[in-house]
Design a protein around this ligand. Sequence first.
Ligand code: SF4
Length: 129
Amino acid sequence: MRDTIKLTQPKEIVCIVCPNGCRVLCEPSDGGVRYSGYQCKRGLAYAEAELIRPMRTLTTSVKTAFADAPVVSVRTAGEIEKSKLREVAGELGKLTLSKRVKIGDVVAQNVCGTGVDVVCTSDRLVQSL
Ligand code: SF4
């Protein structure tokens, strides 16, 4: 089933696809949405996606069992639904790595059923491998 856009009042979305940071104004119009303020098609696609299903990459850190690096930075390997950020962050907060990992190693698979893995983004644990 295709997601639909339900917009009852105007909303401004800052496009983050490129450094221009265009402010895209989204306004209800004849049962649909009228977009203005974007400078290219990528901005339009971004604004539509933000209204339908906003996605984000989560960057955080997790605990480890190692005194020389008690926490290590991680991020989702892809974007997850914005509405899942809190749940995923909570799940990662319960995690304690008992194995030394390096950049790119998966520390959690399919986190919270999102279909996205979480990978290590630091080599803090590598020195003692
Ligand atoms: S609308 Fe186009 S030019 Fe403007 S920020 Fe988005 S990608 Fe960049």
